[in-house]
Design a protein around this ligand. Structure first.
Ligand code: GAR
Length: 211
């Protein structure tokens, strides 16, 4: 059974999608050990509490400096003994020590088709504003492993979503969540939990069932 930590900063609809997938048996070999937020007001914490999942806030505001915050965060994670860290709308930079300690054991959901509209400054609604400004006709979402760069790690799953003429960033964000994010994040966790994901020369290879 793969033990998950889900890291969140906001509403937690992706967390909800993962919890639902575990409940309805789409994900069979994983369970959420802990939900951690940097933001005490994140609704995601309430979603976890309602499910009886341990939920904690570790806020940078409660520490003297970034270093102390990073250390507290890493110790909490280590103490939970998790196998996989899932960034589900977690808007805090992951420090290099944590990336090294959890090499290829941290995944992130990003609301675009990487390498478009990603990297520094592209998060949440800003991603969709960028897509609309450029006038792309297709966008989507990506699940990738986290490395030392911003949105540069090996890509695990992607799903395309159409952009419509009258989209606002909010409408597009919702469509990308519904049609892509809430599907590929649980799917990615299921694939990892089933031992079907390998990384070769910095690229992900998925062993499809029956092969
Ligand atoms: C999601 O759209 C996620 O892809 C995005 O934040 C939102 C969180 O929503 N993440 C990023 O932009 C990371 N660069 P949620 O709290 O409802 O899951």
């Amino acid at each position: 059974m793969l033990k998950l930590a889900v890291l969140v900063s906001g509403g937690g609809t992706n967390l909800q999608a993962v919890m639902d997938a575990i409940d309805n048996g789409t994900i069979t070999n994983a369970r959420i050990e802990v939900v951690i937020s940097n933001n005490k007001d994140a609704y995601a914490l309430t979603r976890a509490a309602e499910k009886g999942i341990e939920n904690v806030c570790i806020s940078p505001k409660d520490f003297a400096d970034r270093e102390a915050f990073n250390q507290a965060f890493l110790s909490k994670l280590n103490s939970c003994g998790v196998d996989l860290v899932v960034l589900a709308g977690f808007l805090v930079l992951i420090p290099p020590e944590m990336i090294a300690a959890y090499r290829y054991r941290i995944i992130n959901i990003h609301p675009s088709l990487i390498p478009s509209f990603c990297g520094k400054g592209y998060y949440g609604l800003k991603v969709h504003e960028g897509a609309l400004e450029r006038g792309v006709k297709i966008t989507g979402a990506t699940v990738h492993f986290v490395d030392e760069g911003t949105d540069t790690g090996p890509i695990l799953l992607q799903k395309a979503v159409a952009v419509e003429d009258d989209d606002t960033p909010e409408i597009l964000q919702r469509r990308v969540m519904e049609e892509a994010e809430w599907k590929i994040l649980p799917e990615a966790i299921g694939l990892i939990a089933d031992g079907r994901v390998e990384i070769e020369n910095g690229k992900v290879r998925i062993r499809r069932s029956g092969i």
